[in-house]
Ligand binder design. Structure first.
Ligand code: FES
Length: 168
């Protein structure tokens, strides 16, 4: 009698065990499939955050076209312009020839809210028309709300051509 009772119990235990095994197998396969799809997707989404922005040297003019001591506006292509960007692919900087082969390039964007700053040669200052921000000749903040000096671009002279290093 006790033998008959024990046989169905063993069978149930095997069924439960088999069911449990397949449940775990399904969960494991589902986890593998989720990882196979999810990891590349997460990588695709977050990759731009860790990708170093491209930098490129852009020509802004022949060295002889700039006078020593003068600050002039120059325009150049952004580092990675879109093919359909048209004129919006261009940006600008204030370029000063400091000596024979030494140039300083300042961003034209105010560090307060990004308005374009203007060079006033008579005052030897960069002025922002939006909220009265004023920068000294060296780009440091002289007055107004800008929290930081004007950013500078690295410059170089290659084969009589002045170039600015542009980063996206
Ligand atoms: S944007 Fe230049 S002072 Fe505000």
């Amino acid at each position: 009698m006790s033998k008959q009772n024990s046989i169905p119990a063993v069978t149930d235990a095997k069924k439960i065990s088999r069911r449990s095994f397949f449940q775990r197998l399904i969960f494991a396969l589902a986890g593998l499939m989720t990882a196979a799809v999810g990891i590349p997707l997460v990588g695709f989404i977050f990759r731009p955050l860790f990708k170093k922005p491209p930098s490129v040297w852009r020509p802004v003019g022949k060295i002889d076209s700039f006078k020593i001591g003068e600050t002039v506006a120059v325009t150049f292509l952004q580092s990675s312009p879109l093919p359909w960007a048209g004129v919006t692919a261009k940006t600008a900087a204030w370029l000063r020839r400091e000596s024979t082969d030494n140039f300083t390039a300042f961003s034209t964007s105010c560090t307060h809210l990004g308005c374009p700053v203007r060079w006033r040669s008579e005052a030897q200052l960069f002025m922002c028309p939006c909220h009265g921000g004023v920068y000294d000749k060296d780009g440091s903040v002289a007055a107004g709300p800008p929290p930081l000096p004007l950013p500078r671009y690295p410059t170089r002279v290659t084969k009589d051509q002045v170039e600015i290093l542009v980063t996206l």
